[in-house]
Design a protein around this ligand. Sequence first.
Ligand SMILES: Cc1cc2nc3c(=O)[nH]c(=O)nc-3n(C[C@H](O)[C@H](O)[C@H](O)COP(=O)(O)OP(=O)(O)OC[C@H]3O[C@@H](n4cnc5c(N)ncnc54)[C@H](O)[C@@H]3O)c2cc1C
Length: 506
Amino acid sequence: MFTNFSTPPSSVFDVIVIGSGIGGLVTATQLAAKGAQVLVLESYLIPGGSAGSFESQGYRFDVGASMIFGFGNKGTTNLLTRALSAVNTSLETIPDPVQIHYHLPQGLNLKVERDYDKFLQNLIAYFPHESTGIRRFYNECWRVFNCLNQIDLLSLEEPRYLLRVFLQHPLACLGLAKYLPLNAGDVARRYIQDPQLLKFIDMECYCWSVVPADMTPMINAGMVFSDRHYGGVNYPKGGVGQIAQKLVQGLEKAGGTIKYQAKVTKILTENGRAVGVQLANGTTYYGKRIVSNATRWDTFEKLLPVEKMPRNEKNWQQRYEKSPSFLSLHLGVKQSVLPTGTECHHIILEDWHKMMAPEGTLFVSIPTLLDPNLAPEGYHIIHAFTPHWIDDWQGMSAQEYEVKKEAAAWRIIDRLEQIFPGLDGGLDYLEVGTPRTHRRFLGRVDGSYGPIPRRKLWGLLGMPFNRTSISGLYCVGDSTFPGQGLNAVAFSGFACAHRIAVDLGF
Ligand SMILES: Cc1cc2nc3c(=O)[nH]c(=O)nc-3n(C[C@H](O)[C@H](O)[C@H](O)COP(=O)(O)OP(=O)(O)OC[C@H]3O[C@@H](n4cnc5c(N)ncnc54)[C@H](O)[C@@H]3O)c2cc1C
């Protein structure tokens, strides 16, 4: 295979993974556990990507994710628990009693309790006339979840696995096939008429899919709306970055290697097949299989010649576009700022029309309410973030950028004051990240949160699996099936590793 290279590679890895996001690390650990020689190349100093953490002045902040699914201890959908256990490790987690405290227009102030019945009671108290519709909609979400939660979640590109799962769980498979092309909004509108309640369902979807219910695949909605009451939302002790750190430890113990500050600038191909990678410093590595945990845009527009983009990828780009990035505030605040009984996760929106607008929906996480060790004694962390487009942050001088950042930060702090009066006075630390920060530190095109449908699609049917049109090259992470979120990218990692293991005979 390598005969055309002027200098033959000294060693060939079984698998090279570009990037150490959770998708990349799950792929790497799964394969290393099976005995494959795996090399992970990460451009940054630490692993985790959007699920990393950083420390400053005694605070440990999560870069992005902090509402973590997949740490349950039963069923098959607890993929983070399973990924860690595959490399003989685990993480202590802290159960979050409330997934989200919503602060929404028209006085809709509602907590999504971990206890399903309590959640239903809270919602029905606002919409008693929709009691039956509410139960029917969320029950249908459970049907999706119950199908998923019976089967081992592996590669849908592996026919023998599909056959085995079908023979073992025919009803679950037929159930999933039925929901695969559906969106949550289609199902919600079958049962619910109240426009405000439908807006609430939009927000229930938007807050993780960043599109309204009509464009959110029912499979993903079924997963999120049920698992929060089943495996629950659980925060990893020591911060979200611990998940990646533990996976790296497991990878190394299983014989795998990770290199940091190793930015891949090129995927090397020979006769149309991916055979290796080149780093920014010129070093080359060769592998039998190459996995990209970079977004599909980064993979096919930057690591490979854009003019040779495969037709499948062009088609995918016609179906999906980049979601906005975020403006993020990492705050350290005095404990006295938070009223007693404050929950960890909040969503704030003052006007339904602005749900998807820049600075419309405001997401808030206060992980120190679950793990106080992330901040100095007497202080809390608040991570507040809201959608923003990179285009609004380009083409300005350094000074203009700083002024714009500060103005945006104070607009957010003013909104936070609605639920945390006195926040301004209790502020101890403030760091502002813009879409440019996300692009730079997370290595993601335009700092995007991930792909979103350009228009209403057939549920999840348009999301690509792990294999690509380039032989030997696979993609993993949030621009592959089934999309964004840590448990989702872990699913994509399990699937990618499974397909490669079959291809390589592990
Ligand atoms: C603000 C924010 C809040 C979020 N909140 C939640 C939440 O509460 N719950 C949840 O489940 N999800 C949440 N998410 C989404 C979740 O974090 C992501 O979907 C998930 O972490 C993406 O994982 P990934 O494997 O696709 O890759 P990424 O996290 O994007 O990691 C990719 C890695 O690859 C590296 N890389 C990229 N290109 C190269 C290259 N050329 N060479 C070498 N390395 C490279 C990057 O440095 C990075 O480390 C949030 C995301 C953000 C941004």
